[in-house]
Design a protein around this ligand. Structure first.
Ligand SMILES: Cc1cc2nc3c(=O)[nH]c(=O)nc-3n(C[C@H](O)[C@H](O)[C@H](O)COP(=O)(O)O)c2cc1C
Length: 334
């Protein structure tokens, strides 16, 4: 299911969605080692990037092996969005995406809110699309949006996506929820299909992909050209290859890692967090990361209770190295 975005050709049609505070460099390197092809940085503010804010630049750190890689901008000022998009191209990223999905009040608030608030201001959205397409010379420009602000039909997404297409955006990703739903309820694949049928540029489907069967269902129902994985890949970097194989119709069975492989991957993730974030931030990040990896493992409750309180990465490393999943279900009390 290859996806062509101007000069950028993705073999698999499986992308990792941007996720603030999750898809950091450590996450991406692990995911790539297990088969992820394309990822995004965490979303960055166009204004902060244009001002060369130190913390924004720090969030954008990457490595040679961390390619192909997209950057995502959030903002509502067309001029800043254009400046920041040109910077992203100059910095060597492979794609720039515009965020029209973020539901967080800090982002959407005020009369000129950004993220999903732009779904209700199509004129402003068009100005941003035009400014960014004009500012970027080589790399593809994409837009990631929700189905609507409150309306679940997909009509708002269709309006915005058509404007993106007219402005020269080369693909849109549609998260099958509204802003009002935040992350609750289930993603509406039929409505993603409505957006797909209204456009001639590729549509990337997103929402609730936790298994390769979910990705197949999303493609079948919506007819989308590619899929974007988000929460499903947290602690499950094996998901990308399983989806890629399923979308290709490969007879290869679903790959299920052993606990020893999960342990080794979690330990490697910890080493990357230490290397890129340092002891303090690495320890805080690992408290979340560790919980992702033990999802569904017998003894996960005990693991989480202990692991999230461990004070240093060294103690965390020892705890993971010695953790034994329960062999049997918890004994029923007499
Ligand atoms: C913790 C978290 C952070 C997110 N950050 C972003 C972001 O920075 N940009 C964005 O476009 N979407 C962001 N999202 C939305 C996801 O990319 C994705 O669209 C959404 O979670 C739906 O997919 P899922 O149901 O498979 O998780 C975030 C989601 C979560 C849970």
């Amino acid at each position: 299911m290859p996806l062509k975005l101007n000069g950028l050709i993705l073999r698999s049609g499986v992308m990792q969605s941007p996720m603030a505070a999750c898809t950091d460099l450590a996450f991406r390197l692990i995911a790539r080692e297990k088969g992820m092809e394309f990822a995004f940085l965490e979303m960055v503010s166009a204004r902060a990037l244009a001002m060369r804010n130190h913390w924004t630049l720090e969030m954008m750190k990457t490595r040679e092996s961390d390619r192909p890689l997209g950057a995502q901008l959030v903002g509502c000022d067309a001029e800043f969005m254009g400046i920041a998009a040109a910077m992203i191209e100059d910095m060597g990223y492979d794609l720039v995406d515009l965020n029209l999905g973020c539901p967080v009040p800090k982002i959407t608030g005020g009369e000129d809110g950004a993220g999903s608030a732009l779904l209700r201001r199509p004129e402003d959205a068009s100005k941003i699309f035009e400014a960014v397409v004009k500012a970027v010379k080589r790399i593809p420009v994409t837009v990631k949006m929700r189905l609507g602000y409150e309306d679940e039909s997909g009509d708002e997404a269709i309006e915005i996506a058509r404007r993106a297409q007219d402005a020269g955006v080369c693909a849109v990703a549609v998260h099958g929820r509204t802003r009002a739903q935040k992350y609750r309820g289930s993603a509406n694949y039929e409505a993603i299909g409505r957006v797909k049928r209204a456009l001639s540029i590729p549509v990337i489907g997103n929402g609730d992909i936790r298994t390769s069967a979910d990705a197949l269902r999303l493609r079948e129902i919506s007819g989308c050209d590619a899929v974007m994985v988000a929460r499903g890949a947290l602690g499950n970097p094996w998901l990308y290859r399983n989806i890629e194989n399923a979308l290709k119709g490969s007879p290869e069975p679903e790959y299920i890692p052993s606990f020893e492989e999960i342990r080794a991957t979690l330990l490697q993730h910890l080493e990357y967090e230490l290397e890129f974030e340092g002891e303090r931030n690495g320890n805080l990040q690992m408290r979340r990361v560790g919980c992702w990896y033990v999802e569904g493992i017998p003894g996960a409750v005990e693991f989480r209770r202990t692991f999230t309180r461990l004070p240093t990465l060294a103690v965390m490393r020892d705890y993971v190295a010695n953790f034994e999943p329960k062999r049997l279900a918890d004994p029923v009390p007499a």
